[in-house]
Design a protein around this ligand. Structure first.
Ligand SMILES: Cc1ncc(COP(=O)(O)O)c(C=O)c1O
Length: 433
């Protein structure tokens, strides 16, 4: 029998955590210290020891409306009274139907079919399978490879890993088992750069040379996130879209990180006014409440896949379209549109631009850039996470840099004063480093 145990002291709880639990990219032999969370409300994370932190990470881009939001809580409670989960094979439910309709309405034109899955990485797996099955159905099975951008990040599962940057990703570790994909250089143009045709020279050569074996190009539109927080020109995306059409290669847009307003547009593809053939969504889809992802595709792709040898799309996870996750996503989308997300993100962008500018003068800073509700300070040398995170905690903020990117991506409800605390802490801590 497993008995419920008496409440643990903070050191006891952290010690069990350290001994037994994997955290993202963590070592069991040399674990970093974790902070024990008690409650979260709005943009504040309250630790068990009473410390309050202003969250500048939105729990990895996802908590756009803040924590413990009364309307999101109510949406989950209401659905819980009906059913927490039910299988999606042979059964359907209103939260999924409503969400599919909403996503089709708000996403770029031409996307008409939705496949729900459990996480961003899985939605990328699904997108890749869709692209491969599409060409199989068109009797061109040789078109099964992916062309991806260096510095890209698409998740940690196997197909997703195969299209992540081959150097910063995990390719050398899993070399023997990863699908061999093709890579083009990371976009060399910044978001605001004047266009030069040389920016697409490399991808053009790759497409020209390899289109007969390519199922799709996969990219993060406008912002390459976890692979370097790089912003590139909308014109690059427009040109890639044209090249994909010309060479008959599908375009997969991974908007898992950029979707739902983060870059200043509802979807980053809108900066370039293009529609992808396949779109991956996740993270902020549920307002950061639960894990849910969606892969959308055009009618032509869906019906071609289903006219092929298998007569169906070959995927079907157990927790597909979980009703709680769909219900909270519906409410999150409602909150987004009813509360002028655009004005909020624009306001964050303006403030980040003016307040992070002071970091440019620091001797250890290489670049400062802002797009929508994303502010990045790139340092000359990688920062040491074990040293910098406690300094931020001392300043009362939650920021977790990686490599040489110290960045802030706050919930959209962050007030001017809270954002000021975040940017001041970034400046102060970078000054100390
Ligand atoms: C662009 C992009 N794609 C895919 C993923 C993977 O999503 P998940 O962590 O939900 O599997 C991420 C996660 O950071 C991401 O930023």
């Amino acid at each position: 029998m497993i008995k419920s145990r008496p409440a643990l002291s903070i050191p006891e709880a952290l010690s069990i955590d350290k001994q037994h639990i994997w955290h993202p990219y963590s070592s069991i032999n040399a674990p970093l210290d974790n902070y024990l969370v008690d409650t979260c409300k709005g943009v504040r994370i309250k630790l068990k020891d009473g410390t309050e932190l202003i969250d500048g990470m939105a729990s990895w881009w996802s908590v756009i409306h803040g924590y413990n939001h009364p309307e999101l809580n109510a949406a989950i409670h209401a659905q819980l009274e009906k059913t927490a989960h039910v299988m999606f094979g042979g059964l359907t439910h209103e939260p999924a139907i409503e969400l599919a309709e909403k996503l089709i309405n708000v996403s770029p034109d031409g996307l008409e079919h939705v496949f729900f899955s459990d996480s961003g990485s899985v939605s990328v797996e699904v997108a890749i399978k869709m692209a491969i099955q599409y060409w199989q159905s068109r009797k061109q099975p040789e078109k099964h490879r992916l062309l991806s951008l260096r510095r890209g990040y698409h998740g940690d599962t196997f197909a997703a890993m195969s299209v992540c940057d081959p150097e910063t990703g995990m390719h050398h570790l899993f070399n023997e088992v990863l699908a061999k994909q093709l890579f083009t250089e990371a976009p060399q143009c910044k978001f605001e750069d004047e266009w030069r045709d040389e920016y697409i020279a490399d991808i053009e050569i790759q497409l020209k040379t390899h289109h007969q074996s390519l199922a799709a190009v996969i990219l993060e539109p406008i912002v390459q996130g976890a692979g370097g927080m790089r912003f590139y020109s909308p014109r690059y995306l427009q040109e890639v879209k044209k090249l994909c059409e010309h060479y008959q290669v599908l375009l997969i847009a991974d908007e898992i990180a950029t979707g739902f307003g983060r870059t200043g547009k509802m979807f980053a593809c809108e900066h370039a006014n293009i529609s992808p053939d396949i779109l991956c969504l996740g993270k902020a889809l549920t307002g950061g409440y639960m894990t849910l992802a969606a892969t959308l595709c055009s009618h032509e792709i869906a019906q071609t896949i289903c006219a092929g040898e298998a007569s169906c799309f070959m995927h079907g996870p157990t927790f597909m379209a979980n009703p709680l996750a769909c219900a909270v996503s519906n409410k999150s989308l409602e909150l987004l549109f009813n509360n002028d997300w655009q004005a909020k993100v624009n306001n964050i962008e303006t403030q980040l631009n003016s307040q992070l500018a002071q970091c440019r003068d620091l001797p250890n800073v290489a670049d400062v850039r802002v797009l929508g509700a994303i502010g990045v300070v790139e340092t000359l040398a990688p920062v040491e996470m074990a040293k910098i995170v406690p300094l931020f905690v001392e300043e009362g903020v939650w920021l977790r840099p990686f490599g040489n990117r110290v960045y802030v991506m706050p919930p959209y409800i962050t007030t001017n004063a809270e954002l000021f605390s975040l940017t001041e802490a970034m400046h102060k801590v970078l000054q100390k480093m």
